[in-house]
Design a protein around this ligand. Structure first.
Ligand code: NAP
Length: 261
């Protein structure tokens, strides 16, 4: 499996990542149809399939319901083979998101993620933006705390899951990686990808399939989507959230084909 480095951190990611919103949360999401959260047996089968296919990146967040806790149990005995990405700043309780980007809360959140994920290090931690990216980067000191924890060896790479060009670029100036929305329907953050490419920073794509809405449009939407995403230099990985084994296989096939593999 080919991998792409995240800046100079030593973290390497496969072209397809496994997104885990659907392992922990089915409220307040924008997927085309309702779904049932997979039970432990089904979730482990998906994780094992991802591993068998050679995928190394798994993406979670405190805001994805009990996704972190579940992964702590489901990944027992296989921690070393995964690049675990989690986030700080967003919480989802009783059907609504709320945010806290303060240094104190950031430290608390990282301690909690380490416990929930049953690990003593996190490969990648991103600020889970509420949309005010630039304000968070400039005023809260969230990235400074993450970078301190990186110095202490608790985190290997830091960054932001951004929503704006200005915020994404400002965050990259003090971190390793940005997770941006980029798909056939939404290209507003393309400039962040270009900045990362020019400055040796990592890029992860979220919503490569527009949360599944693209899959309902036109001929071979997954192949077209992956071709589109990977035609932009600088893209390291597309994190696709699926709880369907067939989709997982075909998404990887499409990602690798897009890269000429
Ligand atoms: P996505 O990956 O674009 O789309 C996922 C949806 O597409 C799921 O409903 C999935 O349904 C469907 N799908 C996947 N492969 C398919 C295929 N081959 N054919 C048909 N349908 C397919 O969007 P996302 O889940 O919103 O985002 C992906 C990941 O990015 C998330 O899991 C999360 O890890 C991360 N994310 C991060 C943020 C953030 O702010 N940081 C925000 C959103 C998402 P099936 O389960 O049926 O396959």
């Amino acid at each position: 499996m080919i991998t792409t480095p995240i800046a100079d951190t030593g973290v390497e990611v496969t072209p397809l990542g496994f997104g885990t919103v659907k392992l922990g949360r089915n409220k307040g999401v924008k997927y085309p149809s309702d779904f049932k959260i997979p039970d432990d047996r089904q979730a482990l089968a998906l994780i094992n399939l991802a591993a068998e296919l050679g995928i190394n990146l798994i993406d979670t967040a405190p805001a994805y319901g009990n996704s972190e806790e579940r992964l702590g149990t489901l990944l027992a005995g296989q921690r070393q083979r995964w690049v675990i990405c989690t986030k700080v700043g967003e919480e989802f309780d009783n059907g609504a998101s709320h945010y806290d980007f303060t240094p104190e809360y950031t430290r608390f959140s990282i301690e909690r993620s380490l416990q929930r994920l049953n690990t003593d290090y996190l490969d990648l931690v991103l600020v889970h933006s509420d949309g005010n990216d630039l304000d968070i980067v400039q005023r809260y000191g969230t990235l400074e705390v993450l970078n301190e924890l990186k110095q202490q060896g608790l985190i290997r790479a830091t960054g932001i899951s951004s929503k704006t060009v200005a915020g994404g670029i400002a965050a990259l100036q003090q971190s390793d990686c940005a997770m941006v929305t980029y798909n056939l329907n939404q290209q507003q953050e393309a400039e962040v990808i270009d900045y990362a490419h020019a400055n040796n920073k990592g890029i992860l794509i979220k919503k490569a399939l527009a949360s599944g809405h693209l899959c309902q449009q036109g001929e071979d939407p997954v192949a077209r989507s992956m071709k589109f995403v990977f035609s932009r230099p600088g893209v390291g990985s597309a994190i696709v959230g699926t709880i369907n084994a067939h989709h997982l296989r075909s998404n990887l096939h499409a990602a690798l084909s897009a890269l000429g593999r």
